[in-house]
Design a protein around this ligand. Structure first.
Ligand code: AMP
Length: 208
């Protein structure tokens, strides 16, 4: 069973690599950006509170996001495995996630840091903007999102490195090459898929 999260700037490929990694390990893929966009589309109270932050490229307040994620991880029983994309994004969120993990015997196994140079990120997002037309992919907003990442999220790299679960992965090259690097790094860290239990993520916890 794998409990992993992606730690990477916007445009680094989390949304490409995340679902395929989750499928490989047979665990749910949980992307907070997707969850929040769904709330906005459904015009829920959370969606209404989050929209202004998302549109400007800023972060949704910690307490709203933590509540949303802990609700998702707790259902139907605390998930034994998952791949998280886009959470935690601040030190406060990381501390809340750690508390949740300790309380439920579900602390993270691995944190996948995807490293991509800034000019490459800007090039990629311009392509994504042409294809998908995401509002927060407007170039100025995107640069702001990169600054927010550097200021609020980048410090988590040291936090998880200190805990000994950070995996540094070069996020450039083909999608397949990056995927293989991630799988190799997880295997080298003792989290190869062969050593994991059954693929039903929602059953009772496996000892780890
Ligand atoms: P993403 O799709 O992960 O790039 O997220 C899109 C937007 O959703 C971000 O720019 C934030 O406004 C918001 N968001 C997603 N995850 C979080 C989080 N963990 N904390 C705060 N805001 C978030």
């Amino acid at each position: 069973m794998l409990r992993a999260l992606f730690l990477a700037p916007p445009g680094a490929g989390k949304g490409t690599q995340g679902p395929s990694l989750a499928e490989h390990y047979g665990v749910p893929y949980i992307a907070t950006g997707d969850m929040l966009r769904e709330h906005v589309a459904n015009d829920t109270p959370l969606g209404r509170a989050a929209k202004v932050h998302m549109d400007s490229g800023g972060l949704v307040p910690d307490e709203l996001v933590v509540e949303m994620v802990s609700g998702r991880l707790a259902r139907p029983t605390p998930l034994a495995g998952f791949v998280l994309d886009g959470f935690p994004r601040t030190l406060n969120q990381a501390l809340a996630a750690y508390e949740w993990g300790k309380d439920h015997d579900r602390t993270f196994d691995a944190v996948i840091s995807l490293e991509v140079p800034r000019d490459e990120l800007v090039r990629r997002v311009q392509e994504r903007q042409r294809k998908a037309g995401r509002q927060d992919d407007d170039l100025d907003t995107f640069r702001h999102r990169l600054d927010v990442y550097d200021r609020d999220t980048q410090p988590l790299i040291a936090f998880y490195r200190e805990r000994g679960i950070l995996l540094d992965i070069a996020g450039t090259g083909t999608v397949e090459a990056i995927r293989q690097r991630i799988l190799d790094a997880l295997a080298a860290a003792g989290h190869g898929v062969d050593r994991l239990g059954p693929s039903d993520a929602d059953v009772a916890p496996t000892p780890s």
